[in-house]
Design a protein around this ligand. Structure first.
Ligand code: UDP
Length: 402
C-alpha cells in the first residue's frame, strides 16, 4: 500500500487515522473536475490525491472540463478578475458562450453515478446546473478571492447557490457571507512525488549543467507558470539589483498550462527581455519535468516567489521541503507558508526582495538555519496526508448533513 510509505515521514498515527476515516466512506463515489490534467497546482495535487483516495477504497475519478481558446481566454480573464479588482467587465456574449461550453461538457461527462462532485476553480463551476437529487456538490476555490472584481464574483455567485459547500485555502479569501457551508483547507505537496523525493547530488549537478547553469555559482530560482501574476519581471529586477554586489545566476523554470492562453506571450516577453543576459536562464519545460524541477529546487541557493497574487503557491512548500529559504511576496498563500525571519522572508517590493536575497547570499548559516525550519513547517502543515484527511472529513461531514 502506497499510503504506508508515508509512515516514516509523518508517523503511523496519522496514517491509521486516515484509514479509519476512509472506512466510513466505503462505497462512496467521488468525482473531481478541473480544467487540465497537466500544468499548475490543481493538477499537481489531484495527481497524488486521487490515487490515494482509491487506494483507501473511496472510489474517486478525475475528469477534465474541455474548452476551446475562446473559452479559456474568457476564463483566464475571469481568473485575473477574481484575483484582483479591475475595470474589466463580463459581456453577455461571454456569458452565453460560457454556458454553451458548459452544456457541451455536460453531454460528455456522466455525473449520474457519483455521490460527491468536487469542482475546482471557476472554469467548470457551471456544471452544477446538472446536479442530481441526493448528490452533494462542492466548489473548491484555488484563487485568492479576498478582493475580487465584483462583477467576476457575481458570475461565481450565479452558480454557487446550487452547491452544497465551498472550500477556500484561507479564511481571508472568503469575500462575503455565503448561504452555504464554507470550509478552509490549505493545499499540500506530496513528498513521494518525483518532484519532491530525495535525488542524488550528482543528478542535481548534471541537470544544472545540462541547461547551461553553472553549479559553482549561486543560483536564485523562481519556478512558475509563465503568468504576469507570478511577476517574473519583478523577480528579474530584484536579481539585477543583487548581481551588482554578488556573483550569481537567475533561473526561471516555467511552462504553460493548456487552460492558460497567456503563457506563451509572457514566456516570449521574458525571453526577449533577457536575451542579452548571460547570467539569466529562462527555461520553458514540459509539464511533466518533475525530476528537473526537483533538481533545480535542490540546486538553488535562494528561491524567490515574487507573485503579485497567489492562491497558495505550491512551489513555495516544494522549495521549503528541500530546505531552501524562500523570499516570497507577502500575498495570499505565500504569506501563510513562510514564517518571516524564521523559514524565509516576506517582501513587499522589488527592493525588499533584493535586500533579503543579498542577506541570504551573505550567510551560509542563515540559509541552513532557515532551510531547517522551512522543512519542519512543511512536514507539519503542508503534506498530502494532512490534505487527504481534510478531504475525507469534509466528504464525511457533507454526506452526513441532511
Ligand atoms: N510547475 C512545474 N513546472 C513548471 C512550473 C510549475 O512542474 O514549469 C509546477 C510546480 O512545481 C507546482 C505547480 O506546477 O507543483 C504550480 O503550483 P502553484 O500552486 O505554485 O501555482 P499555480 O500554477 O497553481 O498557480
Amino acid at each position: 500500500m502506497k499510503l504506508e510509505k508515508y509512515i516514516p515521514i509523518v508517523g503511523e498515527e496519522i496514517i491509521n487515522e486516515i484509514i479509519i476515516l476512509a472506512k466510513r466512506l466505503k462505497d462512496i463515489r467521488v468525482l473531481h473536475v478541473n480544467s487540465t490534467y497537466k500544468g499548475g497546482g490543481v493538477a499537481e495535487i489531484l495527481k497524488s490525491l486521487v490515487p490515494l483516495m482509491n487506494e483507501l477504497d473511496v472510489k474517486t475519478d478525475w475528469k477534465v472540463f474541455e474548452g476551446d481558446e475562446r473559452f479559456f481566454n474568457f476564463t483566464k480573464k475571469l481568473h485575473n478578475m477574481l484575483h484582483l479588482p479591475s475595470e474589466e467587465t463580463i459581456t453577455s456574449e461571454e456569458f452565453v458562450y460560457y454556458l454553451k461550453v458548459v452544456y457541451e461538457n455536460l453531454t460528455k461527462i456522466d455525473f449520474s453515478s457519483y455521490d460527491v462532485v468536487i469542482v475546482h476553480d471557476p472554469q467548470p463551476i457551471g456544471l452544477v446546473v446538472n446536479k442530481e437529487r441526493g448528490q452533494r456538490w462542492i466548489w473548491r476555490c484555488h484563487i485568492d478571492t479576498s478582493t475580487p472584481t465584483p462583477t467576476a464574483w457575481d458570475f461565481v455567485r450565479k452558480f454557487l447557490g446550487s452547491y452544497d459547500a465551498a472550500i477556500f485555502h484561507l479564511p481571508e479569501f472568503v469575500y462575503e457571507k455565503m448561504d452555504l457551508p464554507v470550509y478552509i483547507i490549505q493545499p499540500s505537496i506530496d513528498p513521494l512525488h518525483p518532484k519532491n523525493v530525495e535525488i542524488p547530488d550528482e543528478e542535481v549537478r548534471e541537470t544544472l549543467i545540462k541547461f547551461g547553469v553553472d553549479p559553482e555559482i549561486p543560483i536564485i530560482l523562481q519556478v512558475s507558470r509563465f503568468d504576469r501574476l507570478k511577476d517574473p519581471f519583478g523577480a528579474l529586477e530584484a536579481f539585477k539589483m543583487v548581481r551588482k554586489n554578488f556573483k550569481c545566476q537567475m533561473v526561471f523554470v516555467g511552462g504553460y498550462a493548456p487552460d492558460d492562453p497567456e503563457g506563451e506571450t509572457v514566456y516570449k516577453e521574458l525571453l526577449n527581455l533577457t536575451a542579452e543576459e548571460k547570467d539569466v536562464f529562462v527555461l520553458n519545460l514540459p509539464p511533466d519535468s518533475h525530476r528537473e524541477v526537483n533538481a533545480f529546487q535542490r540546486g538553488a541557493t535562494v528561491v524567490i516567489q515574487k507573485s503579485i497574487r497567489e492562491g497558495f503557491g505550491l512551489v513555495v512548500s516544494e522549495a521549503m521541503w528541500k530546505e531552501k529559504p524562500v523570499v516570497g511576496a507577502n500575498v495570499g498563500g505565500i504569506r501563510r507558508q513562510i514564517v518571516h525571519g524564521i523559514t524565509g522572508f516576506l517582501v513587499e517590493s522589488v527592493e525588499g526582495a533584493a535586500l533579503r536575497i543579498k542577506q541570504l547570499l551573505s550567510s551560509d548559516s542563515l540559509r541552513k538555519d532557515m532551510g531547517y525550519h522551512a522543512k519542519e513547517r512543511v512536514k507539519h502543515r503542508y503534506l498530502i496526508t494532512r490534505h487527504l484527511r481534510d478531504y475525507l472529513l469534509i466528504i464525511h461531514k457533507i454526506l452526513s448533513a441532511s
